[in-house]
Write a protein that binds this ligand. Structure first.
Ligand SMILES: Nc1nc2c(c(=O)[nH]1)N[C@H]1C(S)=C(S)[C@@H](COP(=O)(O)OP(=O)(O)OC[C@H]3O[C@@H](n4cnc5c(=O)[nH]c(N)nc54)[C@H](O)[C@@H]3O)O[C@H]1N2
Ligand SMILES: Nc1nc2c(c(=O)[nH]1)N[C@H]1C(S)=C(S)[C@@H](COP(=O)(O)OP(=O)(O)OC[C@H]3O[C@@H](n4cnc5c(=O)[nH]c(N)nc54)[C@H](O)[C@@H]3O)O[C@H]1N2
Ligand code: SF4
Ligand SMILES: [Mo]
Length: 864
């Protein structure tokens, strides 16, 4: 058994992994890890399905040709060196990721900022939590997350702002639920009625972008009610002269209710609960951060906690929960273009100190380009060599179409990735094979400052190498042999710890001073630990005067809908997929919760705009457009759309959320506003729809209007629709014996391909007819012989229709659950678990089960 940390989100769950074969592993939660105490969500539970080598990049590639490591590394070093010699250090850039380990991140940051001498290294964390970083720095003087998960266990009121925690941080959510079961109240502030919101004591479906008004109103209310902690303010906080005047303006209940578009009674309930509950934890993520006013929104939350003294005490804290597994490690090494290293900025004394420590020839003189600016300059030809590591900007950047154009035009693009083909690596001149989760070895820091080890489970496959190794090799080949002479991750870790403590008299709270002497064996055996204790418990903050700052922030006017773009587009995540699906997309168990990218739209809008549930629609913005399948949902506000971010050119035609958002950013953090883009939506007519199930490796996308691909046991399921001739779908079918049936009256065609006596593929297409359930046909891929009824799409006897998968651990579908609730009179989630098993393993589906119960038992009050 090997103890490691989950590959995915910032909860940072510990995993106990047992390798059971070549590239096979049994995954269990680590009962001794403080973040999860043995639990795992659906994504962590099914990590074992993602460790195969299908689709991996296993060799360095120059263009389309395999190259030796020596050739590839020499080329990268030479092109960067030459570009710098000709155009200066700011003509090159790295774009890195919160999915790198701390050791990888440290080496990349050191190479760019200390040796190349530019700060043009930014990270996808810019898109993720840079507004939190900027907000913390404005309020506390340093980017410190004051909360820990233990605070959840001690809270009496938990406020989730802009966070779909039940889907995106499921194990934190389970901790929240446990606390609610013990009596704490849960308030969810989100324009959508998410599964998180459905279970809340109070859901405020606010107008998007109105969070500052909401928080300022809460503080004004608390102040009027005498809940401001005057003693704490006097001792520990600087209150600017205009602070209260700015705050009070427009902050009465009725004005806020109008701005936020919520019922005054609901708002009042929140304000009263907040005022009355000293032990309040406010967790926030992308609904707050990903906004052109994200930093102000963060500070509005921090103001609320500072002014009421709800910080540095158990159960009382603002809590920025991080998305990626090592977003926090990236902050610690200083991997953002706007930070230098180890929680130091670009002040002259910091630059001198870091340069001294690195004994480096150069030190970045000023902050570098933030992601959106970086890709803009790339497009304008000012960045001439770019190295992308562990991120997929051609999908995940706003206005991704322009990012693709910029990548295509850049003279030299290097991509380090674990998979061979991504929408970004299509544009790479050099692709470098990185070690993946299960092979890499180092440390990550989760949302609550707990540092854990990720450990290798398997030997490195093919020629894959750890990211730190790749970067240090390039550093050495650029001429800095001793500075990049690392042999193992532990050496880098020790250097990182030493830098955090270097000339640190306590002015920087981030320090790992005790750990810099850890030997290799100690590093190997390192237990999870949290740095920073309970920050601010002594009422002191890392500012020159030791006091925090209240930051006056005012609600910006929210623009009225535009004539041509009357809708507001929101983007975000699905429960069982991770970002661009390069890894979760491999797991059949995770694929069937949401099989296709849906655009969620309110029933009133659907009726007005002729959008039909299950049909296709085109979502457009000034940046681009893409098709989505319509899902009519009362959980949306009128005038607002929601689409998921996960589908790419590798997995779908259509469903491309990244093409749509504007590249507009917050002025302090540079974080793009992904959640609020003026958009339009219109129905798209198709002549036919169909699906294919194909055994074996994934094939290229067929040429039709709509096609999405998901993994199923033994192969792939394609869902398709189009207006042309479905003959283009033939490209999906392998060679073999064919049986076929057509029904001209319904415009239907059914094909099965048999190879070596087994089912190799089926294709079902229809213009006016029905399509059979996919489940039985998928199961036939694994059958020893081909069923005679294969073209009927069903076996003999009664078919059990599962419907969309709700419980991915036990493959239990919505129809099975609803039938059981009705027939067996199940009254609660536990009863469903006892009857079907659903929800008894990872628990990620328990919010969905609760909703199905409510809908089935009280259809009149059903939620969409
Ligand atoms: N399943 C899954 N989990 C993940 C990830 C994943 O890809 N899949 N990614 C991880 C990463 S990197 C991240 S950053 C986190 C993100 O985790 P979350 O932040 O929870 O996820 P999102 O779906 O991006 O957005 C959160 C919510 O913000 C709401 N929102 C939009 N606009 C506003 C607004 O103006 N005000 C308020 N109050 N709310 C608003 C949206 O409706 C949405 O429900 O998830 C992590 N966990
Ligand atoms: N519209 C919209 N866009 C968004 C968001 C949104 O809410 N809405 N959210 C934003 C946020 S918060 C985030 S965090 C980003 C995420 O967006 P990305 O970072 O672009 O998404 P990933 O799919 O996680 O990309 C990680 C890449 O690294 C590879 N990889 C995995 N592990 C390793 C490794 O160890 N080494 C190397 N070298 N490569 C590895 C994967 O195969 C994959 O190609 O998306 C952002 N974009
Ligand atoms: S909550 Fe789920 S995805 Fe996040 S770290 Fe834990 S198991 Fe992994
Ligand atoms: Mo993120």
């Amino acid at each position: 058994m090997i103890r490691t940390t989950c590959a995915y989100c910032g909860v940072g769950c510990g995993i106990a992994a047992t390798v059971t074969g070549e590239r096979q592993v049994r995954i269990q939660g680590d009962p001794d890890h403080p973040a999860n105490r043995g639990k795992l969500c659906s994504k962590g539970t099914h990590l074992g399905e993602t460790v195969g080598l299908e689709g991996r990049l296993l060799h360095p590639m120059i263009g389309k040709r395999r190259a030796s490591w020596d050739k590839a590394l020499d080329l990268v070093a030479k092109r960067f060196r030459d570009t710098i010699a000709q155009h200066g250090p700011d003509s090159v850039a790295f774009y890195v990721s919160g999915q790198l380990l701390t050791e990888d991140y440290y080496v990349a940051n050191k190479l760019m900022k200390g040796f190349i001498g530019s700060a043009n290294i930014d990270t996808n964390s810019r898109l993720c939590m840079s507004s939190a970083v900027a907000g913390h720095t404005r309020a506390f003087g340093e980017d410190i997350v004051p909360a820990t998960y233990d605070d959840i266990d001690a809270a009496d009121l938990i406020v989730l702002v802009g966070s779909n925690t039940a889907w995106c941080h499921p194990i934190v959510y389970q901790r929240i639920r446990a606390r609610c079961d013990a009596g704490a109240k849960l308030v969810v502030i989100d324009p959508r009625r998410t599964e998180t919101a459905e279970q809340a004591d109070l859901h405020l479906a606010i107008r998007p972008g109105s969070d500052v008004a909401l928080m300022n109103g809460a503080l004004a209310w608390a102040r009027a009610a005498g809940a401001v902690d005057e003693a704490f303010l006097a001792a520990s906080v600087v209150v600017p002269e205009d602070f209260w005047a700015t705050l009070e303006n427009g902050s009465d209940l009725w004005s806020v209710a109008g701005t936020c578009d919520v019922a005054p009674a609901d708002l009042r309930r929140f304000y009263e609960w907040f005022t009355a509950t000293p032990r309040t934890v406010t967790l926030f993520s992308q609904g707050i951060n990903q906004s052109t006013t994200g930093t102000d929104q963060v500070n509005a939350i921090l103001n609320l906690h500072l002014a009421t003294g709800r910080i540095g005490k158990p159960g009382a804290a603002p809590f920025s929960i991080t998305g990626q597994p090592n977003a926090m490690g990236g902050r610690e090494v200083g991997g953002l273009a706007s930070t230098l290293a180890a929680h130091m900025d670009f002040a002259p004394e910091n630059r001198a100190r870091v340069q001294r420590f690195w004994a480096s020839p150069a030190i970045a003189p000023k902050p570098g380009l933030k992601a959106v600016d970086l890709f803009r300059e790339l497009g304008q030809g000012r960045i001439k060599a770019l190295w992308i590591m562990a991120t997929n900007p051609a999908v995940s950047m706003p206005d991704a179409g322009s990012v693709r154009d910029a990548l295509a035009a850049c003279p030299f693009v290097v991509v380090s990735d674990v998979v061979a083909q991504t929408d970004s690596s299509t544009h790479a001149h050099v692709r470098l094979p990185a070690a993946a989760w299960g092979e890499k070895d180092g440390t990550v820091t989760n949302s609550d400052r707990t540092v854990s080890r990720q450990r290798a489970l398997f030997p490195l496959p093919g020629e894959a190498k750890p990211d730190w190794w790749i970067v240090k090799e390039v550093g050495r080949r650029m001429g800095w042999k001793t500075a990049f002479a690392y042999d193992r991750a532990a050496e880098i870790w020790r250097e990182h710890c030493r830098l955090s403590a270097y000339e640190n008299d306590g002015a920087r709270l981030f320090t790992l001073s005790g750990l810099s002497s850890a030997g290799n064996a100690e590093y190997e055996a390192m237990e999870p630990f949290r740095w920073g204790g309970t920050p601010f418990a002594d009422g002191r903050f890392p500012t020159p005067d030791g006091r925090a700052r209240l930051v006056p922030v005012a609600q910006k006017p929210i623009s009225a809908p535009l004539r041509d773009w009357p809708m507001t587009l929101n983007t975000g995540r699905y429960r069982d997929q991770w970002h661009t699906m390069t890894r979760t997309g491999l797991a059949p168990k995770l694929a069937r919760h949401r099989e296709e990218p849906l655009v969620e739209v309110h029933p009133d809008d659907a009726a007005r705009l002729n959008l039909i549930d299950g049909a296709l629609a085109r979502v457009g913005t000034p940046q681009g457009d893409s098709l989505f399948r319509v899902s009519v949902s009362a959980g949306q506000r009128v005038g607002e759309l929601f689409v998921p971010i996960h589908w790419t050119d590798q997995t779908a035609r259509g469903g491309r959320a990244g093409l749509l958002p504007r590249p507009l950013t917050d002025p302090y953090s540079g974080q793009p506003g992904f959640k609020r883009t003026p958009a339009s939506i219109a129905p798209v007519a198709t002549r036919w729809r169909g699906f294919a199930i194909v055994a074996g490796a994934a094939t290229d996308l067929p040429d039709c209007l709509w096609a999405t691909r998901i993994a199923v046991p033994g192969g792939w399921l394609w869902e398709m629709a189009g207006d042309g001739d479905p003959v283009a779908l033939e490209t999906l079918l392998p060679k073999g014996q064919r049986i076929e049936a057509t029904d001209p009256a319904r415009g239907s065609r059914r094909v099965a391909v048999i190879a070596q006596d087994r089912l190799a593929a089926v294709l079902f297409v229809t213009e006016r007819g029905e399509l059979p359930s996919r489940d039985w046909l998928i199961a036939q891929l694994s059958a020893a012989e081909v069923a005679p009824t294969v073209l009927a799409g069903r076996g003999p006897g009664q078919q059990v229709e599962r419907g969309a998968i709700v419980c991915s651990c036990f493959d239990i579908g919505v129809r099975t659950i609803v039938t059981a609730i009705r027939d067996q009179h199940l009254a609660d989630v536990a009863a469903i678990g006892a009857a079907l098993g659903a929800g008894t393993n990872c628990g990620s589906c328990r919010p969905a089960l609760a909703r199905l119960l409510a809908e089935t038992l009280e259809p009149a009050h059903a939620h969409g």
